[in-house]
Design a protein around this ligand. Structure first.
Ligand SMILES: Cc1cc2nc3c(=O)[nH]c(=O)nc-3n(C[C@H](O)[C@H](O)[C@H](O)COP(=O)(O)OP(=O)(O)OC[C@H]3O[C@@H](n4cnc5c(N)ncnc54)[C@H](O)[C@@H]3O)c2cc1C
Length: 445
C-alpha cells in the first residue's frame, strides 16, 4: 500500500534501526532508499560498521514481537538458519544477586542467534521489498535544506574512495546512523538548537569469546546471565548461537577490564557470583580470539525538548538513544521506534517531527528508567537524576530476591525487563505482597 505521505523516503544507515524504519516507510512511500556506509554483505557475516556484532546480542521478547509483526515468519527464518528459541524465563538461566530466578514458562519467546544472523535476516527481507533500494558503500556527509532552512530536502553522499559528493533528494530523511549520528551537529549548522543530551558515564568494557562448549554445561538454556550486583562490578552473559557455538561475553564497569587473552578469561570468570561461566570457559574449545569493546558513556538525545525542528527529518534507533548494552534493549527499542514511525505515518499527512519525537520519548521512558536506575545505583556512575519513584533500588532488589523463590514475582520482573509490560506493573498489589515477604536490605551473597 502506498499512501499520500510522499514519494521518496531516505534512511541513513542500514543496520537494525534503519532496516526496520525502511520496512515501515515502504508501506507509505513510493520509493525508499537506504544509504549505508559499508558494502553490505549478501550473507549473515560480521561487518565493519557494526563492530558490536561480535558481542552477545539478546533479542528481548518485545522487539521480537514487533519485528515478527513487520516481517511475518522472521523467527522461523532465523531458526531455519540455526537460531534457537525458547521461553524467556523457562529457558534462560538468570542469576541476579548471585541467585537463580525461579523458572517458569511465561509464554514470551526469546530468540537466540548471532547479531550478524539477526541483522542479515532482517536485511534480506527488507531488500526483497519491491520499492526499497540499498545504496551501500556511500557515506552520508550532510543534510540539504530548503532556502528558508525549515525543511530537509535530502542529503549529500560520497562514495567511499570514489567520485565526489552528490545530492540525493527526498521528501523525508530518517537518520539511523547509530551512536555516531551527526544530526545534532548538522542541525546546529543549519541554525537550529542542538538537542540536549542526557549522558550516563558507565565506563563499560566487554570481552567476547566464541567457543564450543560441552552440551551439558549449557543444557537446554539459550542464555546464561550472571548479573553484577551491588559490590560487584563484573558480570557475564553466555549465549547459544547457530552452528552449535556459544558466545561468552565478560563485562566490567567502572574501571574493570575483562581480559582479552584466552588463558586469562577463566580466572576473571571465577570471580563472578556463580561458576557457570568459569565452567564453560575451562572446558571450551576456542573458535577465534576474544574481542574487546569499550563503552564509556551512553547518551539520550532529547529531540523531544527542541522547540524548533525542520520538516522532513526524523531520527531513530541508537541515534536517538544508545543504551548500556548489558540490558539487551537496543534492538527492541529500535523496533519500538519503527512502530512509532508506523503510527506517525498512519496519520496520513506529512510526518510531524514534534509528535514523533514525543512518541519516541514515551517509548524510551521505561527502558531508560530500568537501565539508568540500575546503573546509578553503582557508586561512581554519574548521570541525570531520575524522577522519584517507588521503584527504588531497594524495592527492585527485594523483588529480585522474591523472584528467586516465587514464580509469579519472577514472571512479573521478567515481563518488565522484556519490555512487554510497563515498570508500574511491579507496583501492583499482588507483586508488592510478594516483595513484602522479603526482609529489608538482606546482605549480598
Ligand atoms: C557491545 C554492544 C552490545 C549490544 N548488545 C545488545 C543486546 O544484547 N541486545 C540488543 O537489543 N541490543 C544490543 N546492543 C545495541 C544494538 O546493537 C543497537 O541498539 C542496534 O544495533 C540498533 O542500532 P542502530 O541500527 O540504531 O545503529 P547501529 O547498529 O550502530 O548501525 C548504524 C549503521 O549506520 C551506518 N552509518 C553510520 N554512519 C553513517 C554515515 N555517515 N553514512 C552512512 N551510513 C552510516 C553504520 O555503518 C551502521 O550500519 C548492543 C550494542 C553494543 C555496542
Amino acid at each position: 500500500m502506498v499512501g499520500n505521505t510522499g514519494k521518496h523516503a531516505l534512511v541513513l544507515g542500514g543496520s537494525i534501526a534503519g532496516l526496520l524504519a525502511a520496512r515501515v516507510l515502504a508501506d507509505r512511500y513510493a520509493t525508499v532508499t537506504i544509504v549505508e556506509r559499508d558494502r553490505l554483505p549478501s550473507t549473515a557475516v560480521q561487518r565493519r560498521g557494526v563492530p558490536h556484532g561480535q558481542h552477545v546480542h539478546a533479542m528481548l521478547p518485545r522487539g521480537l514481537q514487533i519485528i515478527e509483526g513487520l516481517l511475518p515468519g522472521f523467527t522461523a527464518q532465523v531458526v531455519s538458519a540455526g537460531g534457537l528459541t525458547g521461553d524467556i524465563l523457562a529457558n534462560v538461566r538468570w542469576y541476579l544477586n548471585g541467585l537463580p530466578l525461579r523458572r517458569t514458562a511465561i509464554g514470551l519467546t526469546a530468540l537466540s542467534a548471532s547479531r550478524p544472523l539477526l541483522e542479515g535476516t532482517v536485511r534480506d527481507r527488507v531488500r526483497a521489498l519491491a520499492n526499497v533500494t540499498i545504496l551501500d558503500g556511500y557515506d552520508v556527509t550532510g543534510l540539504c535544506a530548503s532556502a528558508g532552512r525549515d525543511r530537509i530536502t535530502g542529503v549529500v553522499v560520497a562514495r567511499r574512495g570514489g567520485a565526489g559528493p552528490r545530492v540525493v533528494d527526498a521528501d523525508l530523511v530518517v537518520d539511523a546512523t547509530g551512536r555516531g549520528s551527526r544530526t545534532p551537529r548538522w542541525l546546529a549548522e543549519l541554525g537550529y538548537e542542538t538537542p540536549p543530551a542526557d549522558r550516563v558515564a558507565i565506563d563499560l568494557a566487554y570481552s567476547s569469546f566464541l567457543v564450543t562448549a560441552p552440551d551439558h554445561l549449557m543444557g537446554d538454556d539459550l542464555v546464561v546471565v550472571t548479573a553484577r550486583f551491588p559490590g560487584q562490578r563484573r558480570s557475564s552473559v553466555m549465549q547459544r548461537l547457530e552452528g552449535g557455538r556459544v558466545l561468552v561475553t565478560l563485562a566490567g564497569v567502572q574501571g574493570e577490564r575483562p581480559p582479552v587473552t584466552p588463558a586469562d578469561l577463566p580466572a576473571y570468570a571465577r570471580t563472578l557470583a556463580r561458576d557457570d561461566t568459569y565452567d564453560v570457559l575451562r572446558a571450551a574449545k576456542p573458535l577465534g580470539t576474544p574481542v574487546a569493546y569499550r563503552f564509556p558513556t551512553y547518551v539520550r538525545h532529547r529531540y523531544d525538548h527542541l522547540r524548533r525542528l525542520p520538516a522532513g527529518l526524523l531520527v531513530t534507533g541508537d541515534a536517538t538513544c544508545g543504551f548500556n548494552p548489558v540490558y539487551g534493549q537496543g534492538m527492541s527499542v529500535a523496533a519500538m521506534n519503527a512502530a512509532a514511525l508506523a503510527e506517525e505515518l498512519g496519520h496520513g499527512d506529512e510526518p510531524d517531527p514534534y509528535r514523533y519525537f514525543q512518541a519516541v520519548a514515551q517509548i524510551l521512558e521505561a527502558p531508560w528508567r530500568l537501565a539508568v536506575g540500575a546503573d546509578l545505583a553503582l557508586p561512581g556512575v554519574t548521570g541525570p537524576a531520575l524522577p522519584a519513584s517507588p521503584l527504588t533500588p531497594d524495592y527492585l532488589r527485594r523483588l529480585q530476591l522474591a523472584a528467586t523463590e516465587d514464580a509469579e514475582a519472577a514472571a512479573a520482573l521478567v515481563r518488565v525487563t522484556s519490555l512487554v509490560e510497563p515498570p508500574q506493573t511491579l507496583l501492583g498489589a499482588e507483586v508488592v505482597r510478594r516483595v513484602e515477604r522479603v526482609p529489608v536490605a538482606p546482605a549480598a551473597p
